[in-house]
Design a protein around this ligand. Structure first.
Ligand SMILES: [Zn+2]
Length: 215
C-alpha cells in the first residue's frame, strides 16, 4: 500500500514551524482539528513518534489497533492512527514518502547492545530520548508509558517468511507526512540518533515540524 498525496497547506500559515536537530527529543500539544506535518529535511531520517490523548495519557497510540483497523502493516495517506481504547487519534491526510513503519519499535540501550555490540550500549538511543523529553516536559510518564511507536520515514519491510528487515530508506530530502488530529493529542518524538543500521542512512539528520490551526 502506497498512497502518495501532497498537501495544500502553506508553511507560512503554520502556527508552529521549527527544526528538530538529529538525535533530539520533543513534545508538543496539538488540538483537535489541527494539522501536524513532519518533514524529512535531508532524507532517510527515522522520526520515532508516539501520541497520547492529552486529556488522559493512559489512552495512547496503539500499533495493534491501527494495523487491525486498516488491515495493513504500513502507514500512509488514509491511515487512521488508533488509540489503545480503539478510538481515532489522528488521520494521515498527506504523504509524499508513501510508507511508514510501526513494527520496528524504538532503538534502546538494550537493543544497541544485543543487535550491534556490547560497547554500543551507551550510544544515544530513541528510548532514552523519549524519556528525557517526557521528563523535561514534566509529564509524569516513565518507561512503562512507552508503547510500540511509529517510525515515520523508516523502511522496515516484512519478508514473505515473516521476518523484519531494516532497509535503506524509501524517503528523500523534503518528503513529508501530514496528519490531522481527531482529538487533543500530546506528540512525543525522538529524532532517531541511531548510527548502526541504515534507518538514518548511518547519518542522523534534522526534521522540520509544523502545526496549522484548525480550519
Ligand atoms: Zn532510534
Amino acid at each position: 500500500m502506497t498512497a502518495l498525496k501532497e498537501s495544500p497547506r502553506d508553511p507560512a500559515q503554520a502556527r508552529l514551524d521549527l527544526v528538530l536537530p538529529a538525535g533530539e527529543g520533543w513534545t508538543h500539544e496539538i488540538a483537535a482539528g489541527e494539522t501536524f506535518r513532519i518533514v524529512d529535511l535531508e532524507g532517510n531520517q527515522a522520526a520515532d513518534t508516539l501520541f497520547f490523548n492529552s486529556r488522559d495519557f493512559d489512552e495512547r497510540y496503539s500499533a495493534m489497533e491501527t494495523i487491525r483497523a486498516q488491515g495493513n502493516i504500513y502507514l500512509t495517506t488514509g491511515t487512521t492512527l488508533m488509540s489503545s481504547e480503539g478510538r481515532p487519534l489522528l488521520e494521515i491526510v498527506a504523504d509524499t514518502c508513501g510508507r511508514h513503519d510501526t513494527l520496528g519499535g524504538a532503538c534502546s540501550a538494550e537493543s544497541n547492545q544485543v543487535r550491534y555490540a556490547l560497547e554500543k550500549k551507551y550510544m544515544h538511543n530513541c528510548r532514552d530520548s523519549f524519556l528525557l523529553a517526557l521528563a523535561r516536559a514534566g509529564r509524569g510518564m516513565t518507561k512503562r508509558d512507552l508503547p510500540s511507536n511509529i517510525n515515520f520515514f523508516m523502511n522496515v519491510p516484512v519478508t514473505p517468511a515473516g521476518a523484519l528487515t531494516f532497509e535503506d530508506g524509501v524517503s528523500g530530502p523534503g518528503r513529508y507526512v501530514e496528519m490531522r488530529a481527531e482529538t487533543h493529542v500530546l506528540v512525543l518524538i525522538s529524532n532517531c540518533p541511531q548510527l548502526n543500521n541504515p534507518c538514518n542512512g548511518y547519518n542522523p539528520t534534522p526534521v522540520r515540524l509544523l502545526v496549522w490551526r484548525a480550519g
